[in-house]
Design a protein around this ligand. Structure first.
Ligand SMILES: *[C@@H]1O[C@H](CO)[C@@H](O)[C@H](O)[C@H]1NC(C)=O
Ligand SMILES: [Zn+2]
Length: 442
């Protein structure tokens, strides 16, 4: 049965186990002869693992930036955590589970610590989150299965969070349960032989990642810092396993390992106009509508530079061996520079579609338009939010400058201000950023 979600869950589970095992085995094996015995996993019940995962989907754990505690309903989050404790009892019984959140609020994020046999070694942190984005009101009827049904049908697990990223939470807890000697309530026995990592492993599950992570992830990061915890590596959500390959490069299955996420900022442009009555609109182009028309045209015509750089070049270099003929030649040239690299960058920007275009340029997307107070009044103000995503090495200032230039070209009366810089991206800084800022988005 072709089943994306199932394959992904099992894939992730396998990956999680492999990663945990690999991280533990790879590191600090003093001599090759001293490598730990490979651990044989007890048999896994696929159906039960899927049911447990589907159960997570049924909790509408919607985070909300406008809400003071970043969530719509604390009870749903608490119920969901209780569900996790019931569903993965070995983890709760054998590992240290802490509820973390900002002081004065309910502690809705989770930090799980699996102390290694050599706790002096820097730890490994696996990050996920269990909050989800809201369902657009009115769109409920367009879902094949209701967004919080967690329905298993047609080879898929359906619902909000099935991909982003409750399956990360379920996959990690399932993997840990298996490594802790089995799954389910009935076989919890204290004396069963369990896998013991050398290096301490930690799971951090945030409850407000979709609205910045400033309550959950950031608090966990401060907690770790206050304890002097040193991390060897941070592993967070990344790309998917593309079963049909990465077209047009290869049709082999490709697991996308995210090593960076673009920087994130929002720039607001505030337009002003004299206003007036809608029965007599202005004719000199000073009204908000005319200014908008000119400004958006100017933004659309302005171009950001095309840059093919790491980590995209790394990805192409690694995909190259699995392609053939001219494609291999093309991709292997990604790192070398010169005309091949230039050509590749152009193909990505202009022919590949929106995914590849976004890999080689900073993007600027108009996401919100606010203005007007009544049907019959010309607005005196309109505020446009542009969300920008930045390549490593770019600064939010570049987008501010680009918008200021567009304002000038359009000849409109506007203020341009950066309102929300969440993070800047640089590949070199990634791990540092992950360990210190708590915004783990790469
Ligand atoms: C987010 O919270 C605000 C303030 O509590 C509320 O008005 C709004 O409806 C919430 N948004 C969603 C999508 O539930
Ligand atoms: Zn996510």
């Amino acid at each position: 049965m072709a089943s994306l979600a199932k394959t992904m869950l099992l894939g992730l589970l396998g990956l999680a186990i492999a990663l945990i095992a690999q991280v533990v085995l790879r590191r600090d094996s003093p001599t090759t002869s001293e490598v730990s015995q490979p651990y044989t996993c007890p048999p896994l019940s696929e159906a039960a693992a899927l049911e447990r995962f589907a159960g997570l989907i049924s909790f509408p754990t919607v985070s909300n930036a406008s809400s003071e505690d970043h969530v719509n309903d604390q009870k749903v989050f608490r119920d969901m955590v209780a569900y996790l404790a019931r569903s993965y009892p070995r983890v709760w019984r054998r590992l240290k589970v802490e509820h973390v959140g900002r002081v004065g609020e309910n502690e809705l994020s989770l930090l799980i610590t699996w102390t290694g046999s050599r706790p002096e070694l820097p730890a490994v942190l696996f990050v996920s989150h269990y909050d989800v984005v809201p369902v657009t009101p009115g769109s409920e009827g367009e879902w094949t299965h209701p967004p919080f049904s967690g329905k298993i049908a047609d080879g898929y697990v359906w619902g909000r969070g099935s991909l982003d990223i409750k399956f990360g939470v379920a996959g990690l807890l399932q993997a840990a349960s298996v490594l802790l000697g089995g799954e389910g309530e009935e076989d919890v026995e204290e004396d069963v032989a369990v896998f013991r990592p050398e290096r301490t492993l930690m799971f951090a599950f945030g409850h407000d990642e979709e609205v910045s992570g400033s309550h959950g992830a950031a608090t966990i990061a401060s907690l770790l810092r206050s304890r002097g915890v040193e991390l060897d590596v941070v592993v967070d959500e990344g790309g998917a396993i593309l079963e049909d390959g990465l077209r047009p490069f290869t049709s082999r299955a490709v697991a996308m390992v995210g090593t960076a996420e673009k920087g994130y900022t929002t720039v607001e442009v505030t337009l002003r106009a004299p206003g007036g009555h809608s029965s007599m609109p202005t004719t000199d182009g000073s009204d908000i509508a005319a200014q908008l028309w000119r400004l958006l045209g100017a933004v659309r015509r302005s171009t950001t530079p095309t840059r093919l750089q790491a980590p995209v070049t790394d990805m192409l270099t690694h995909v190259a061996p699995y392609t053939s003929g001219w494609m291999r030649l093309l991709l292997s040239g990604a790192e070398r520079g010169g005309p091949i690299k230039w050509l590749l960058a152009q193909v990505f920007r202009r022919l590949g579609g929106r995914e590849t275009a976004a890999m080689v340029a900073n993007t600027l997307a108009l996401t919100r338009v606010r203005g007007g107070v009544a049907d019959n009044v010309l607005p005196q103000e309109a505020v446009l939010s542009f969300n920008g995503r930045l390549l490593p090495g770019s600064t939010p200032g570049e987008l501010v400058e680009a918008l200021k230039a567009a304002v000038k070209v359009a000849g409109v009366a506007a203020e341009v201000a950066e309102v929300k810089r969440i993070w800047e991206c640089s590949v070199e800084k990634l791990f540092l950023a992950a360990a210190t800022s708590g915004i783990w988005q790469f």
